[in-house]
Write a protein that binds this ligand. Structure first.
Ligand code: SF4
Length: 448
């Protein structure tokens, strides 16, 4: 049963050292009770207190990991309903459905795509990781699961209504932590027994949230922790409602029976590919942990991955680059010098335009806590008396002694002051406002 803030407080060190980010141990205890903090954030909790806090300190949505190694997918551990309240923790695992009636060529083609497909966006590598294998026949299920493991190393979801078939497929791969899908009212005991014996996660599904909560409670009573929920939503409206109610019950009421991550199958909801992408994006936007598609067309996979990344970045910590001097296109001592901020999007937009220009250049990236150029300027962080010392300490003078630097066009007004701050011998040039104009600007510059 969940503990109150006061009960948790009694088990904390009560030194008010603030290392957890809270002003007092009492404030931390209240955050913990509300599911908005994690016990690990206090480095001084004793082992006895940890054991006693046990369930109370578990996140309202349990953590589940499917697969191992690079393709592993961790979901759950969520503590908030809205991203801006703290952050969402784990990006959904995107995957593809492989069925027993597909021929070898089709199966291998999907597995090859799963293995090869990856997209780089603002410094992160994004990729689908899950193969959902569906077959009634145990031997076929086992054969396809082994193939998906061997050829793609995928995180596996094994789909069958027959517990014996699930066992046949999962047993040889139990160390790879496949997800068994799914226990229902009819077969709960059998599927749960296989999951328990093999120590792998399993999904429960039901056509109403009440029945789903009953099964969730059964799983808790049997001491299962790695469980995934499928509310079997039939329409887009149902997806929105079911996923929201499950998350709300978990994080607002600490209702443990629904305190598990979810799985969704847009592949089964429509035959129209574009509609499937819309359904998938709704699952992603509304908390779903694993989303299964009918194919891996990059035209749909890539935007879905970018959408996930946008939702699951920490809103309190802008994505940022390390401060430093970045060489692009193999520059030398005569190459132009550009300076801008360390907001990831700024860096990747500017660096890709410089790269596209084919003009060798030095890109000086200044740490302004991940803010964009104008925001950092307005906050007094990207201003003359901050940029000048950064440039002098950056080592750019040794790399390119000409001392001519280009600042973004949006902060043209600081050029004179910056030149003064930098001192004699430096020249500040005002660059373009839009990144798309950088290649033309650089080519022009290199002719002068
Ligand atoms: S880190 Fe621990 S001891 Fe320090 S204030 Fe937070 S809860 Fe208290």
């Amino acid at each position: 049963m969940a503990l109150s803030g006061l009960q948790i407080f009694k088990l904390l060190p009560k030194t008010n050292c603030k290392e957890c980010g809270q002003a007092t141990c009492m404030a931390f205890a209240m955050q913990l009770a509300a599911g908005k903090a994690e016990l690990d954030e206090c480095p001084y909790v004793s082992d006895e207190a940890k054991a006693e806090l046990g369930e109370a300190s578990a996140p309202p949505v349990r953590k589940v990991t499917i697969g191992t190694g690079d393709m592993a997918v961790t979901i759950g551990e969520e503590t908030v309903l809205y991203r801006h309240e703290k952050r969402f923790e784990h990006m959904p695992g995107l995957g593809v459905l492989i069925t027993g009636d597909m021929d070898d060529g089709e199966v291998d083609s999907l597995l090859e795509q799963l293995k090869q497909q990856e997209f780089n966006y603002v410094g992160q590598t994004l990729r689908p990781r899950v193969a959902a294998i569906k077959a009634d026949d145990g031997a076929r299920l086992a054969e396809l699961a082994a193939r998906a493991d061997e050829k793609a190393g995928a995180a596996l979801v094994l789909i069958s209504g027959d517990a014996a078939a699930l066992k046949a497929a999962a047993e040889p791969l139990k160390d790879r932590k496949p997800l068994l899908y799914a226990a229902t009212e009819a077969n709960f005991d059998d599927v749960a027994a296989v999951a328990g014996e093999l120590d792998v996660p399993f999904a429960i599904k039901a056509d109403s949230l009440e029945k789903l909560a009953d099964l969730g409670q059964k799983a808790i009573d049997a001491d299962f922790k790695e469980v995934v929920l499928d509310p079997c939503s039939a329409t887009l409206g149902d997806v929105l409602m079911d996923q929201t109610l499950i998350r709300r019950a978990a994080v607002k009421q600490t209702f443990r029976a629904l305190g598990f991550p979810t799985i969704g199958f847009p592949c089964d909801m429509t035959g129209d590919k574009m509609q499937e992408a819309v359904f998938a994006s709704t699952f992603i936007a509304k908390y779903t942990g694993i989303v299964i598609l009918s194919d891996l067309d990059p035209a749909r996979v890539m935007p879905l991955l970018y959408l996930s990344q946008n939702i699951y970045t920490d809103p309190q910590r802008p994505m940022q680059m390390d401060q430093g001097v970045y060489p692009i296109n193999d520059p030398n001592e005569d190459s132009p010098i550009l300076v801008t901020t360390n907001f990831s999007l700024t860096y990747f937009t500017v660096s890709s335009e410089v790269e596209a220009s084919k003009v060798p250049a030095w890109l000086c990236i200044m740490d302004v806590e991940g803010q964009s150029v104008l925001t950092a300027w307005a906050a007094g962080k990207f201003v003359a008396d901050a940029i000048a010392p950064f440039l002098k300490k950056s080592g750019i003078e040794e790399k390119a002694p000409h001392r001519k630097i280009t600042i973004p066009g949006y902060v043209a007004q600081i050029s004179g002051e910056l030149e003064e701050e930098l001192g004699e011998g430096w020249e500040v040039q005002v660059g373009v406002r839009e990144a798309a104009d950088i290649p033309k600007y650089l080519r022009q510059l290199s002719k002068n």
